[in-house]
Design a protein around this ligand. Structure first.
Ligand code: FMN
Length: 164
């Protein structure tokens, strides 16, 4: 299944997930591009996957614009969407906020692959945000935070795309 994976990353986790997904689909048949790079035509592929990190509840604006611009073509193809995010209880909210109903209707699968908070790559104001997330998670047991990629979600995502 010739697959194009387009991703956006700030600290590397979404890129890592894109590579793990490619390995699950069959790396030989996958091309990976970061948003902002010159992208090949979608029509060269049987399947397209688009993934983004979430920050302050939203995915990368360049990914949102790409989806809007290419939705007519995507809706005629097999495509999947994924996010990398850390707030476990906000996954559905993040998906619904960032992907409109028409994407929900047309996508073969939309999922979250978990997230990571690599201390060495998060600086300045971003560090303050992350420290407060971690602090709440430590004191409130109902507030769940992913600090890891969820490999089963990636395997399942690949399986769904391969089965269609
Ligand atoms: C400043 C900042 C804000 C974040 N905001 C959110 C958020 O609103 N919701 C969430 O679930 N995760 C949030 N995260 C966690 C990221 O989604 C997570 O670190 C993800 O793995 C980042 O992917 P990347 O390494 O590809 O950039 C935030 C992380 C940072 C550093």
């Amino acid at each position: 299944m010739k697959t194009l994976i387009i991703y956006s990353t700030k600290t590397g986790t979404t890129k890592k997930c894109a590579a793990l997904l490619a390995a699950n689909i069959g790396a030989d048949s996958c091309d990976m591009f970061e948003i902002g790079e010159k992208l090949p035509p979608l029509s060269d592929y049987e399947c397209v996957v688009i993934g983004s990190y979430v920050r302050m509840g939203v995915i990368d604006k360049r990914i949102s614009s790409f989806l809007q611009k290419n939705k007519d073509e995507l809706f005629k193809m097999k495509f999947g969407l994924f996010i990398c995010s850390c707030l476990a209880d906000k996954v559905s909210e993040a998906i619904m906020k960032n992907f409109s109903d028409e994407f929900m209707d047309h996508a073969a699968i939309i999922d979250c692959f978990g997230g990571e908070l690599p201390a060495d790559k998060i600086k300045g104001m971003d560090k303050l945000v992350v420290n407060s997330i971690i602090k709440i998670a430590k004191t409130d047991p109902t507030f769940k935070v992913f600090e890891k990629i969820i490999p089963e979600s990636i395997t399942n995502f690949a399986d769904v795309l391969k089965e269609i």
